[in-house]
Write a protein that binds this ligand. Structure first.
Ligand code: 1QQ
Length: 376
């Protein structure tokens, strides 16, 4: 048949009869298990997020499989925080496992390539932590439930200004990674819009461990705060070195700061960090208390934002599959694109016609080693 919307594969050739069910909604019954591919960074630099993502996703699918009618079978791949591994994992899931949808990868840096491949193959993808600008624009098979940095920073920077009385800041960013570069651009745009002056601007690279020369320059610029776009591996030594050099200003960060692993590593140096994000344990969202309780019981540690977004992904996929009572790629793509006002632990969430997510962001500050809501 004739394929619209730019997918290369022929829909009829890939539709599996046993994945088209009967009934609808909670009464939907599908004969074969729906294969869900998963690519997370379970090892390497982004494992701080990948492990929580795996736990959140597995917990949700276990609960959903218990409801009956539709069963999901996860095929989990570790991309080891390497682009080539991520591309290979997507290829395996698309060609060999013939999954109906892929969740992940963890980093935007990989999503810009892997989502392109999934789009070409006509396989829907749901990003859950890929926050860089432009990801949903990759194509009509590309969705995310991770609010973009544009939304998080538009909330966190004004909130930080109001709470801390900021007039000027210095900016530092990793200019090698796609996510940190994208977030840096957004940071400068929001600072400009908000009339917050940038008095210093320094760069570094993903694997760097030595930041003293940039931090010394920034100390001389005497900013009210540091706005930092970095992954956790660099953030930990960078913040430690800033404090050693006597650069004691508040730090506002990007999405990677939403990690309890990073706070544990920074210990006292994490105090006062401010970050915008998608979820908080203090949120009064539908099912949040139950989610936190069952996650903590299962894994012996509290969930984080990355776990909550993974947990939400499973519920979005289940809602889309049941909406059409069809676990095939095309049906999931169509029905995911129509998700509107779904009650989730992240709050009430919708996807727009571009596959972009919409829900209320939160702004948090680290106090006494814990994330605490900051009222803007
Ligand atoms: C991205 C991110 C990372 C911080 C997720 C772990 O937001 O790569 O887009």
């Amino acid at each position: 048949g004739c394929v619209e919307d730019g997918a290369a594969d022929d829909e009829e050739a890939t539709a599996v009869e046993g994945l088209a069910g009967e009934g609808s909604g909670e009464e939907c019954t599908i004969e074969e298990p729906v294969p869900v591919g998963v690519v997370f960074s379970l090892t390497g630099g982004a494992a701080f997020a990948g492990e929580y993502q795996r736990e959140g996703l597995e917990l949700a699918f276990e609960e959903i499989n218990g409801k009956g009618g539709v069963e999901y079978e996860l095929v989990l791949e570790d991309d080891a925080t390497e682009l080539e591994d991520s591309i290979a994992a997507f290829e395996k899931l698309i060609e060999r496992d013939e999954v109906s949808i892929i969740v992940g990868p963890t980093l935007s840096d990989m999503a810009f390539s892997t989502f392109e491949d999934a789009q070409q193959a006509g396989v829907p993808v749901l990003g859950i932590s890929t926050t860089a600008k432009g990801i949903p624009d990759i194509g009509d098979y590309v969705f995310r439930n991770s609010i973009p940095e544009e939304v998080a920073l538009a909330q966190s920077l004004p909130a930080a200004r109001d709470a801390l009385g900021l007039e000027n800041v210095a900016v530092m960013h990793d200019n090698e990674d796609e996510f940190t570069s994208s977030a840096y651009t957004t940071m400068t745009e929001v600072l400009d819009e908000e009339g917050i002056e940038i008095v210093g601007d320094e760069t570094f690279q993903t694997a760097d461990t030595e930041f003293r020369s940039q931090l010394t320059k920034i100390r001389e610029d005497d900013p009210d705060a540091l706005v930092l776009s970095a992954l956790p591996a660099a953030t930990v030594p960078l913040v430690q070195q800033a404090r050693e050099l006597g650069l004691d200003v508040p730090i506002v960060g990007g999405n990677a700061f939403n990690s309890p692993v990073m706070i544990d590593n920074l210990e006292d140096a994490a105090e006062g960090l401010i970050v915008g994000g998608a979820w908080s344990d203090a949120l009064d969202s539908p099912g949040n208390a139950e989610f936190i309780e069952s996650y903590t019981d299962t894994y012996d540690r509290a969930p984080d934002q990355f776990a909550a977004q993974a947990y939400t992904a499973a519920h979005m996929i289940d809602a889309a599959v049941r909406a059409g009572c069809d676990g095939n790629r095309e049906a999931i793509k169509t029905n995911l694109g129509q998700l509107s006002e779904l009650d989730t632990v992240l709050g009430t969430l919708s996807l727009d016609e571009n596959g972009e997510v919409h829900h209320e962001p939160v702004v948090q500050i680290v106090e006494d080693g814990e994330f605490t809501l900051l009222d803007g």
